[in-house]
Ligand binder design. Structure first.
Ligand SMILES: [Zn+2]
Length: 301
């Protein structure tokens, strides 16, 4: 959940709650903002965690149900009910067939082929709008859940003959490094979905003529166990339609789906701010997506 309401109906976004936390202001009592729900929820601030023997990692802030609380039926955060209605909507049996064990299977090969065909033909509309629309519903639902468990229990991912784990398909910001590594190690073009928070848009200089605009997401910052070295994982989407990319405002949360590419890794060094004997090295790994169809970017509400 990205937002909640106070008991008097004031809307609180996750960023505002984090600011309140950082400036040591009291946090309001929070309720689910979906109409007619009002389930009791709580804000958990972003923090840093060091696993035993591991490298410190940043855990993003989130809003989740309070213990014992439940969303009302029909609430947009009622993930099991939403999943049920997507699966029973009678979608394309070639794309999302029901299996004998009661689960469903999502066939990524169809999506992969669709994306490749679209790119090769320079098409702007997919031949199967419905597949991408269903996928968009599933991905927004997954983005609302804290982990893969709900979807994985009901929905198996398959690429050709291979079963694909949800963790190899769907990546939140704290796993951009995994996505980057997956791209480097995979010989097939596995479609992947990344969730991000829009941080900026970069358009070509005025007068430079047509060109690609980039939508950049907040990167993953990864502390490493090497002294004075920092790793960044940057995620961006490139497209010629600047107005379309700008329709996803800064601060909004989006899911980006498609055939990702690794960009060129860059390394910069600068002197340590207080210790002249030390040098800070930053390594930036890049993940880039050039969507073929506009259905590949989904704003999470
Ligand atoms: Zn609710």
């Amino acid at each position: 959940m990205r937002r909640a309401v106070g008991i008097h109906g004031t809307l609180h976004r996750i960023e505002d709650l984090q600011k309140r936390h950082d400036t040591k202001q009291t946090l309001p009592t929070l309720l689910c903002d979906s109409e007619g729900c009002g389930a009791s929820v709580r804000f958990v601030p972003g923090h840093s965690r060091t696993p035993v023997g591991g490298v410190p990692m940043d855990v993003p802030a989130f809003i989740g149900l309070n213990k014992g609380a439940q969303h009302q039926p029909g609430c947009r955060y009622d993930a099991p009910a939403r999943l049920q209605s997507i699966l029973t909507a009678g979608t394309d049996a070639a794309f999302l067939p029901a299996l004998e064990d009661g689960k469903h299977e999502l066939r990524l090969l169809l999506l992969q082929q669709e994306l490749k065909r679209g790119a090769a033909a320079n098409a702007s509309e997919p031949s199967s709008d419905r597949c991408l629309a269903t996928l968009a519903d599933l991905l927004s639902l997954r983005a609302l859940c804290a982990d893969d468990a709900l979807l994985a229990a009901r929905l198996t991912l398959r690429l050709g003959k291979k079963k694909v784990d949800w963790s190899s398909f769907f990546y939140a910001q704290d796993r951009y490094d995994d996505a980057w590594e997956r791209l480097g190690s995979s010989s097939t073009d596995l479609p992947m979905a990344l969730v991000g928070t829009v941080r900026s848009h970069r358009s070509p200089q005025p007068g430079a003529g047509a060109g690609t605009t980039y939508l950049n997401c907040a990167p993953k910052y990864q502390r490493t166990d090497v002294a004075d070295r920092r790793d960044f994982y940057e995620v961006s989407v490139g497209h010629d339609d600047a107005a379309w990319l700008q329709s996803f405002p800064v601060g909004s949360e989006i899911v980006m789906f498609g055939l990702w590419r690794q960009g060129r890794t860059s390394t910069t060094s600068r002197p340590h701010p207080t210790d002249p004997r030390r040098t800070i090295t930053s390594v930036t790994y890049k993940l880039a997506l050039w969507p073929v169809f506009k259905q590949q970017l989904i704003e999470i509400h």
